[in-house]
Design a protein around this ligand. Structure first.
Ligand code: HSE
Length: 419
């Protein structure tokens, strides 16, 4: 019998207990022994939940219990999760976590403790909810040098953008719904400002290259500035807007960014809607591989956590994860990135389209302007591919020439591979 504990009885923690109960027979069979939850740590009470008998508010009840061999951490955040997880690993207990903040910040150290102790620190649920992306990078794509990882890594923002695009609903209303559905982080700024996606892509890069990719170094822009006008322009170009992460790995560094992007309706990512996530991995011998599934929510995330628990229980005294070193891999500044963008700008009401087209083309080369029906004080165009710093210089010229009053938005175009 394997006895486990769960730290944090929130959305994911309670999901873990539920999945273990619902699929107890098949899980026990796959684990090759029964798995039982011996303790749950939470500061709250849960009357009528059925866990009252095993609930504790004292972490030491778990740390000092020699019968507990594996612990699930689903508290989220770095404090006190880091301290708890480190103590548990040092005490020889395997840890499974869904906590991307913890893994992005302290993954290298916690993996190395687990390796020294010959136990496990597993974090499948930290990226892509129920999608088995960590396991695939760790144990399936081992013949390849990974050259690119990209995709949609946040369920909340994908849900919001899908509802805004398909039903014209407002941002705040849909965000509240995503919170009620258990998709959003405790502080939803982490979702809508892109930080959650940033931590996830940092984890994937680190795992792919075996070196620390610092999430603080990755350019990150969220979806809070996306308006219905942006979405309408995207539709005119046969595109949708999604929050995407993109990482291109070369020998001396990584081009990485998190931002909204226009995706052509011919691109598979354009069809990834609602809470679903999709991740493309390109390997130098396998080519493209795509992973797709529910990226957030109680049960899909709990499914990934429980699968890690099964792996821990089956591999007592055998370390499973590749290690990544704390030595940093360089992330190039965003200004060096090459991409094309949809640029929206305001101009004098009623300004002649032909005149503006020629003025914009003088600076950017031949472009065609697009305008929303009935809108006479703004235009948009899609730039050629160029370095972001060059594009910003040209936009300054556009303002200086008086052609544009203000740059209203700049949204990257995804699809053609970024260079
Ligand atoms: N808030 C996260 C999301 C949860 O929406 O993707 C899963 O990591």
């Amino acid at each position: 019998m394997a006895e486990i504990a769960v730290l944090g009885y929130g959305t994911v923690g309670s999901g873990v207990v539920e999945v273990l109960r619902t699929n107890q027979r098949s899980i026990d069979k796959r684990a090759m022994q029964p798995i039982r939850v011996r303790r749950v740590l939470d500061l709250r009470d849960f009357p009528g939940s059925g866990i009252e008998r095993i609930l504790t508010k004292d972490f030491n009840d778990i740390l000092n219990d020699n019968d507990i061999t594996a612990v699930v951490e689903t508290m989220g955040g770095v404090v006190p999760a880091y301290d708890f997880v480190k103590k548990l690993l040092l005490r020889g207990k395997s840890v499974v976590t869904s906590n991307k903040e913890l893994v992005a910040k302290h993954g290298a150290e916690l993996l190395s403790i687990a390796r020294e102790k010959n136990i496990n620190f597993l974090f499948e649920a930290s990226v892509g909810g129920g999608i088995p992306i960590i396991r695939s990078l760790n144990s399936s794509l081992t013949a390849d040098e990974i050259t690119e990882i990209s995709g949609i890594l946040n369920g909340t923002t994908n849900y919001i953008l899908t509802e805004m695009t398909q039903k014209g609903r407002g941002f705040d209303e849909v965000l509240k719904e995503a919170q009620n559905l258990g998709y959003a982080e405790k502080n939803p700024d982490a979702d809508v400002l892109g930080y959650d996606t940033c931590r996830k892509i940092a984890i994937l890069i680190s795992l792919a290259i075996g070196q620390q990719a610092d999430f603080e170094d990755i350019f990150t822009e969220g979806i809070t500035k996306i308006t219905q006008n942006d979405i309408e322009y995207a539709k005119m170009l046969d595109c949708v807007i999604k929050l995407t992460a993109n990482a291109r790995i070369i020998e001396n560094g990584v081009y990485a960014r998190v931002s909204p992007a226009l995706i052509s309706k011919n691109h598979p990512l354009s069809m990834v809607n609602d809470v679903f996530n999709a991740i493309f991995v390109n390997g130098n011998v396998i080519g493209d591989v795509m992973f797709y599934g529910r990226g957030a929510g109680k049960l899909p995330t709990a499914s990934a956590v429980v699968a890690d628990v099964v792996a821990c229980v089956r591999s007592l005294n055998r370390n499973l994860m590749h290690f990544w070193s704390s030595e940093k891999r360089r992330i190039f500044p965003i200004e060096d990135n090459i991409c094309s963008k949809l640029v929206r700008f305001s101009c004098e009401n009623g300004a002649q389209k032909d005149k503006i087209t020629s003025e914009v083309s003088n600076i950017f080369g031949g472009v065609s302007l697009i305008a929303l029906p009935g809108n006479f004080d703004e235009y948009a165009f899609v730039s050629e591919e160029m370095r972001e710093r060059d594009l910003d210089e040209k936009l300054k010229l556009l303002i200086k020439s008086g052609t544009a009053k203000e740059i209203l938005s700049k949204i990257r175009i995804e699809g053609a591979r970024e260079k």
